[in-house]
Write a protein that binds this ligand. Sequence first.
Ligand SMILES: O=P(O)(O)OC[C@H]1O[C@H](O)[C@H](O)[C@@H](O)[C@@H]1O
Length: 573
Amino acid sequence: MSDASFAATYHLGQYQPAVEAEINSLNSQDFTNRFWHKDATLWTQNAEAQQSIRSFMGWLDSPEVLSKAVADIKHFVQEVKAAGFQHVVVMGMGGSTMAPIVFQRSFRQGQGDLPLSILDTTDPGTVAELEAELPLRHTLFIVASKSGTTAEPLAFGDYFYDKMKAIKSDKAGENFVAITDPGSKFVTQATQEGYRKIFLNFAEVGGRFSALTYFGLVPAALYGINIGALLHGAVEMMHACGSQGPVADNPGLKLGAAMGVLAKQGRDKLTLITPENLGSLGLWLEQLLAESTGKEGKGILPVAGEPLGRPDEYGADRVFVYVGYDEFKDQASLDKLTALEQAGHPVIIIRLSEPMDLGREFYRWEIGTAVAGIVLGINPFDQPNVQAAKTATDKLMKEVTEKGQLPSPGQPAASQDGISYYGDVTGQDAAGVLQAFFQQAQPGNFMTLQAYLHETDALNKDLAEFRQLVQDKLRIATTSGYGPRFLHSTGQYHKGGPNNGLFVQFTADHPQDLPLPGRTYTFGTFENAQAQGDLQALRDNGRRALHIHLGPQPEQALQTVLTALKAALAHLG
Ligand SMILES: O=P(O)(O)OC[C@H]1O[C@H](O)[C@H](O)[C@@H](O)[C@@H]1O
């Protein structure tokens, strides 16, 4: 199947008839018309769920609605530059920061435009590093939270507002902007604190579908991206998907039907391959797909950042999706994909001409995800299991307030070289515990690394090696994410998707902790509580989880863990 006008080709082999049958079946049920009329019976027959689905479909029109706001956003950018700002920091979690991350990493910053940083972690080392790099007085802080109740962005906002007060006293608010839903509690706080501007988004858009609303567009415009052109591509994709009436070929329907049918047939690990300059798209797609589909024991697991291998390195649980640029041939990857296709793995290829096409692609994937939800029979717009980790964390934070510290994680299964291993498995030493943990892997399983650490190149390299070692030996899919970012993204799938995962959580000491204004705890304690809360939620959901506390020097300690892992895997048959 090819999709010439929208640069996608589908090589589905034996799965093609089933995907075509699904598309025909949906079309015979008047899919396009019903979809654009927000007919929630496409997803569920439950009246309450239908109501909720309808109230989250505002994103369908967002490219057209926001096209009308482009002039205002551009005017705001001019005002900010004229006021002498030199740097922009977007602070938020999940859907409120994923699109800005992709924009910042995929577009080159234009001359005269403002550098953009994103803060989406409570890790005190990362916060301190960012703070040290900023020209504080000339930095514009955007607190982005749809609900206005998410703990992290509120903490980031309070932390930097406090710093700004020390510099500009009652003029601190000049350096702050809010993006939030109308009526959120945060509107009151931002107003009281004299924020320079409050962008009220429209409420019928879930976080992960908000890339083409103020959440993505305001940071993009400040960074110098032509948001009019970005939205134009998205509007073209809207039309191609039938927003103005029947279409012969609907690119979003095709993608969604393929993802849904393949997942139902066991190909539920969507392995995303990108050239390096598009790698961050994986972060955005992870949230969109995992949080939308990973529930009720079902779901599509996005696998980003795995190097592409030979056909015999994979089980029959993969679909490979290549997203790359026309001009950059990337022949090595394409050759490998041809080999994978010849070996019977489904392969989808999507090509962009330039980063501006991301507007079009965000929209295609949003429609595709909503359609995959229909095929899988789930509500793609809720995230029922994210709350579990938040509730557990809140309970732990209450304990911190009352007792001054977090509860002890209990007795480690092994302690070696200053590193502690906590889990339900036993072993004589670190390698023994790791061996017992990975012995549990079955075909079709996946492993996820959850790193509550200060991201560095060295850690990224070692986490990648950890994944490679496990994939090579066990032939299972591997993913990796930094906490607490992933809690607002893949965290839903981890607890709500199929119980196929092996979770390895990393934490470390916080030699450089930072106090939080108005709270009895520090950033470091908050991060620890989030790790402990999620571990609790994983275990409550019967997930297999191993917690490794790396101590004061995580980079060195992870090297030691890798040595133990090699020994452990060598003992596995
Ligand atoms: O934008 P906010 O309301 O602060 O929400 C940020 C994130 O929080 C939650 O964890 C949701 O699971 C995400 O979908 C959302 O993007």
